[in-house]
Design a protein around this ligand. Sequence first.
Ligand code: NAD
Length: 507
Amino acid sequence: MAVNFPPLFSRLGLDRHPRVFAQPGEGRVLSDNPATGEVIAYVSLDTPETYEREVAGAAEAFTKWRSVPAPVRGQVVRAIGEAFRTHKRDLGELVSLEVGKIRAEGAGEIQEIVDIAEFAVGLSRQLPGQVFPSERAKHRLMEQWLPLGPVGVISAFNFPAAVWAWNAMLAGICGDTVIWKPSLLAPLTALACNAIAEKAAADLGHPGVFRLVMGEDPIIGERLVADKRVPLISATGSCRMGRRVGQAVAARLGRCLLELGGNNAVIVHEDADQELALRAVVFGAVGTAGQRCTTTRRIFVHEKIAERFVERLTAAYRSTLGRMGDPLKDGTLVGPLVSRMAVEQFQDAVKAARAQGGQVLVGGEAAGGKGYFVQPTLIRAPRDNRLPIASHETFAPILYVFTYADIDQAIAMQNSVDQGLSSAIFTDSIRVSERFLNPDGSGSDCGLANVNCGTSGAEIGGAFGGEKDTGGGRESGSDSWKAYMRRQTSAINFGGGFELAQGITFE
Ligand code: NAD
C-alpha cells in the first residue's frame, strides 16, 4: 500500500531520492515509525552488482582523495559540518521518526555530527608524526601517518547518524573514502545523511568520497566484511555481530575497529550526593528508552543508603511512566523501542528476572497498542545479589538494583560481566574515587569510568569505546584517528656512510 511521505522529506530531499519509494516492491525494505508501527517509506537495497560499483568507486576516489592536502580535506569536512548544522532540526526529527528518540535526543545526535566535524577540521592541521633520535650518526628516524584506503563503516540502529559521522569525519580528514553500511532499521536517516555529506564534498570538487551500501547482512554486510579492498572495517553493534565480523576480517588479515555491546553500571557510595546520583541514574537508564550502548543497566547502592535511595529511585521511575509517548511531542521523556522484536526481548528479560527472584519495583509491562512502547522498569535483585539475567545486555529500559557492603565488592560485581563499556561512581571521597580509577588497573575494567557523572552522554573529545566483549575499539576524540591511517617508520641516512644498527658490521 502506498504511503504519504512526511513533510520533512521534501526539506531533506528524500521525496526525490532515487532510492525512496511510497510503495513496496521487490528489493525494497520498509522503514516504519516505532511510535505508531506505521510505514514511513520504502527504500531500495543494493544488489551484488550495485555493491561492486560502490566499492570500486570508493577505491577509485581514494586514489584522488588521498592526494588532497589534509587541511584541504579538513575544509571539505568543515562544509559537511555546516550542512549538518543547517539541517539539524529536520535530521533530528527524522531520527526521532525512524528510531523513536525523543526530539531533544534526535537533535543531539545531529549536534554530535557537527561536533565531530569541528574536531576533525582542527585535526586536519595536525595528524602528527614523530621523530626519534637515531643510534646511527647522520641518520633520522621518523614515523609518519598515511591514508589507509576505503573504510567500511557498519552502524547500529540506535545511533543511526552519529556513529557513521564519528568514523566518516575522521576517516575523511585522514584521506580515506568511506563505505557506509547502515542498519536496515534506519535506512532513511542513512540516505539523508550520506546525501548531505556527498553533496557538500562534491560541491567542493570531491565527489565519491562518502558512499553508502544497503542490504541484508548475508548479501551486503558480509560481502563488505570479506572485501579485501577495504582495509578497515569499523563495526558498531551487538557482541554477537562483533564476533562474526571480527573473525571474518581477521581471516583476511584486515583491520577491525569494534564498538560492541555494554552492560554499564553505576556505583552509589554511602557518601554520594544522592540527588546528583539519582538524576544521573534515571537519565542513564531511562533515556533513549534504554537503547544506548552506554545505558545504565545495573546499579550498586551502598547498603547504608540503599533503602532510602531505592525509595527515591522508585518514585522517580513512577513519574516517568506518565511521560511515555510520541517522541516528537514536547514533554515526552520516554519514546518507543525500535521494533516488535525488541519488545519481546524486554518481556523475556523481565520474565527471567522474576523467575530468578528479582522483584519488579516499577514497570515490567509492554504498553500494548500500535507502537513498540515498554515501561521503564526497575528490578531489585534478591538479597544474595544473584540475578543471572543482569549479566546480559537487554536493549530496553530495565535497571537492576543491587546492594553492597564495601567498595571492593561493588567494583568486583561491576566488573563481573563480559562487557566493559561504561561505568560510573558517585562519591565525595577521593579515596573511593581513586580506588575506582586505580592506575594499577584494579578499579573499573571499562573503557569509560566516570566520577559523579553517569554512564551515558560521552563527549567527543575523549576516545570512546570499551574493553572485553565490547571489542576494544576506540572512536571519536583523542588519538582515535590513528585507526584510520597506516603508520610508516623511516630511517633516513643523510651522511652517506654505511652504518648498521645494533653495532653490526658487514664488510
Ligand atoms: P546489531 O548487531 O544487530 O547490528 C549492528 C549492525 O551490524 C547493523 O548494521 C547490522 O546490519 C550489522 N551486521 C550484523 N551482522 C552482520 C554481519 N554478519 N556482517 C556484516 N554486518 C552485520 O546491533 P543493533 O541492534 O543495530 O544495535 C544495538 C547494539 O549495538 C547493542 O548491543 C549496543 O550496545 C551496540 N552499540 C554499541 C555502541 C558502542 O559504541 N560500543 C554504540 C551503539 C550501539
